[in-house]
Write a protein of this length. Sequence first.
Length: 381
Amino acid sequence: MIPYGRQHISQQDINAVLQVLQSDFLTQGPAVPAFEHALAGLTGAKDVVAVNSATSALHIACLALGVGPQSRVWTSPISFVASANCALYCGAVVDFVDVELQSGNMDMAALARKLEAAAMCNELPDLVIPVHLAGYSCDMQQLQQLAQSYGFKVIEDASHAVGAEYSGKPVGCCTFSDITVFSFHPVKIITTAEGGAALTNQPPLAEAMRRLRSHGITRDPALMQDAPDGPWYYQQLELGFNYRMTELQGALGLSQSRQLTAFVSKRRELAKRYNRMLAESPLVLPPVEALERSAWHLYIVQLQQPEKRLEVFNALRAAGIGVNVHYIPIHTQPYYQQLGFSAGDFPQAEQFYRGIISLPLYPDLTEAQQNYICEQLVQLL
Ligand SMILES: *Cc1c(COP(=O)(O)O)cnc(C)c1O
């Protein structure tokens, strides 16, 4: 089976992990800070806090921004459930903003309308979490303007968009948001097996997230409420977690980050090739504007006849092609239905979902495999 996504692990990556295994530190050593430093260099973000998953990064990012039981958090229904769950972990109320039909990204016009309505009944969100679907950035300039007008915070869920660009800048630079979150799950752009990071240009947020990742504990006497008893002393200042990344993961991440440019250019090449080969087909293809900017985590096509999706999907799987669907709208999940959402709440997201299929895309996908995928797909349409 050709998978829909797959990591690329080089000998360099293997050596980096082996070296850590033979070193003094398996956790809390120099490798994680080195990886954080590399990510800061690649994105231009001032501070990077690496953690054990993007889900954890989203959680502590919400907490650092003060999200709590009275808060309202809005995100995109076309995402992995973690984009919304992070707000529920904090006891906040979650709502969604409908998406654009072609890209599947949060629709800024829908956001503007929803904000206007929310302002009338005093129910403005405290935080909005846009999701850069497939690695293609949302319209962050527009979002930043709305954030300034209505006074909400912004976390970019850039789990798909490590290595992407927006407005001539690397995604992760945090010019248009308070915090940006990356995922390093193996199907994403670079991997640490499990892992994630929160990036920010605001030192107090970085400090809060560093503490939350490690039990809410500080060893800095300046932050303690009274003088330390001795050199062993630490103080727990708030309720934190163990969300730390291991040194094995940090070393793998650092080694992977050196290949980021190569990975993204290979993904772009393959995406352009899909675009060319499927140009004549009756499929709706990803926006052409994404070609040079997206990190191309996913290549999502849309069938014009959604009633054929299941049949096409099954036939591709039977032909050894590991297609997938990203995503089932979050608000249609049973857990979210219990919270009061129903099918029909976000019609564009539901329409997008009905027609989509994610085709295999990863750096080691060969042109021969890609030709085979396109032939099989076109034949079925
Ligand atoms: C993968 C993903 C996450 C969660 O990432 P983990 O590192 O697996 O926790 C969150 N949001 C989006 C959009 C994702 O694709």
